[in-house]
Design a protein around this ligand. Structure first.
Ligand SMILES: [Zn+2]
Length: 292
């Protein structure tokens, strides 16, 4: 579950992987004709034949650069009340922190937590419940939130604490800010000479990707700019969870166009394992060549 990109070590820490969402609900533009056309290559790896649901990984990327130990996105977490998915509600006794330690990074060793955006499946382990209070899980880390994303969700959560973010800002972001561990940065913030943010708005207003560069090799953690391999074949399909579906589609199309012209390694948030690969052209759309 790991590889090197130049001298950056990349490890995936998987919280869950399995059937998660009905494709026609998740992608409002997906109809049964399109689904049937793709079914032969989708099943069973990307579409679970038994449940008819898309297979999703929910995971963090652990990056170790010359300078820093960085966790990108922090999954669903434990003890979080979530109505969006019964699988996400009040999880307990998971192996996530042990798995992170086994990947070489106990919680106290994390220097930075980067969130591509502030949805519940990307911020959950930001905090954990200790003596009835939400406290930052990564005691020695600074948590990096893109300014536009933070501004949007702070305002939404202040008015409607659970309506839009399922409570995630209140239990997984605000406690980090209140503890003085948040760094609110520009959308194109460079963390160091190997890691920088890149704006990719649409799924959420301040969504960012994370660009990596080391020794002539390039990669990008794409977050929820793209959720599923089906969107390589249909870049215009935005998810039901996308805030601005038209902008999400434009951002995705541009991203795929550029990625297909380069050897940039794309590290997706939710594609099934190994989740990482290269975008290739396929007719007037795209395909994804996994790095097996
Ligand atoms: Zn997500």
């Amino acid at each position: 579950m790991g590889f090197e990109l130049g001298d950056i070590s990349v490890r995936r820490v998987i919280e869950t992987e399995g059937p998660e969402f009905d494709p026609r609900r998740f992608f409002p533009d997906c109809d049964s004709g399109a689904l049937d056309r793709h079914r032969p290559w989708l099943e069973p790896r990307f579409l679970d034949p038994a449940s008819g649901k898309l297979v999703f990984a929910i995971q963090s990327y652990l990056l170790r650069t010359r300078h820093h130990t960085i966790l990108v996105d922090s999954c669903v977490g434990e003890n979080k009340a979530r109505s969006y998915s019964p699988d996400w509600n009040m999880r307990g006794d998971t192996s996530y922190l042990a798995d992170l330690a086994a990947a070489g990074a106990p919680a106290e060793s994390i220097d930075f937590v980067l969130c591509t955006h502030l949805h519940p499946d990307h911020v959950g382990w930001n905090t954990r419940l200790v003596d009835g209070r939400w406290v930052p899980t990564f005691a020695n880390a600074k948590y990096i939130f893109a300014r536009d994303e933070w501004a949007f969700w702070r305002a939404k959560s202040a008015k409607h604490p659970t309506k839009y973010d399922d409570g995630a800002i209140r239990d997984s972001v605000l406690p980090v800010v209140e503890a003085g561990q948040a760094l609110i940065v520009d959308q194109d913030h460079a963390l160091d000479d190997q890691v920088c943010l890149e704006p990719s708005p649409g799924h959420t207003p301040g969504h960012v990707g994370i660009r990596l560069a080391s020794r002539g090799q390039r990669g990008v953690l794409s977050g929820d700019l793209i959720h599923n391999v089906l969107q390589c074949a249909h870049p215009q399909w935005s998810s039901a969870a996308c805030f601005d579906k038209a902008l999400s589609a434009r951002t995705r199309q541009g991203f795929l166009d550029r990625a297909a012209e380069t050897d940039t390694l794309v590290m997706t948030a939710h594609f099934p394992s190994p989740s990482v690969g290269h975008v290739v052209r396929a007719g007037d759309a795209f395909g994804f060549r996994f790095r097996e």
